[in-house]
Design a protein around this ligand. Structure first.
Ligand SMILES: Cc1cc2nc3c(=O)[nH]c(=O)nc-3n(C[C@H](O)[C@H](O)[C@H](O)COP(=O)(O)O)c2cc1C
Length: 183
């Protein structure tokens, strides 16, 4: 699939078929994630793959009842919970090197984007889920204090096509030379 086609065609998928994801397809997906860029190649991301229906239900219970992705958590054959190791991305000798502190949100975001685009190119659906009780999910999965859960996505074959929400025009967010002055 052409890169622009993948970027424009990827949608958040909230309805899934129960069909399993073949192991070799999953392997290809993780191979793509491996090659995501990261701060000084620190690769702070970690992925917990959940197939157990009981654990998937527990994870789903950490979402607010109004989260539009709620049912996808148990419909999809598996859920990927993306974590980041703390104090690695953006750090040198244990010290943060920029005012931004830990860059783990940035690097795990890049890994998630690679995952979502590659999944789409393989005919799979994803929806990034960020609105949930992170502490609860960390407890369920036994995530240690030196790592944190960032986002999750169900993974499986789409049962419906997503509708593309409108995007801003590039002229609304691209500025030249300097940040525009307020009128
Ligand atoms: C950081 C992040 C968190 C998100 N959290 C949720 C969520 O909790 N529930 C949900 O249904 N969609 C969630 N989304 C999906 C967005 O709503 C979706 O990407 C956006 O509306 C654009 O639609 P598209 O992905 O189909 O292009 C999240 C997306 C991002 C990037």
């Amino acid at each position: 699939m052409d890169l622009m086609e993948a970027i424009k065609g990827r949608r958040s998928i909230r309805k899934y078929k129960p069909d399993p994801v073949p192991e070799e397809v999953f392997g290809t997906l993780m191979e793509a994630v491996r090659w995501s860029p990261s701060w000084a190649n620190t690769q702070c991301w970690e992925a917990i793959v959940v197939k157990d229906p009981k654990i998937k239900s527990e994870l789903a219970a950490a979402l607010t009842k109004t989260n539009p992705a709620l049912s996808s958590m148990t419909q999809a054959p598996l859920v990927i919970v993306l974590c980041g190791k703390r104090g690695v991305s953006g750090f040198k000798k244990g010290e943060a090197t920029t005012v931004k502190g830990d860059w783990l949100m940035f690097d795990t975001g890049l890994a998630m984007q690679t995952l979502c685009l590659t999944a789409h190119s393989l005919g799979l659906g994803t929806v990034i889920i960020g609105l949930f009780d992170h502490k609860k999910v960390e407890e369920i999965l036994g995530v240690p204090p030196n790592a944190e859960v960032v986002a999750m996505t169900p993974l499986g074959y789409p049962a419906t096509e997503g509708i593309a929400p409108k995007r801003k025009e590039s002229s609304e967010f691209v500025f030249f030379e300097k940040y525009p002055k307020k009128e």
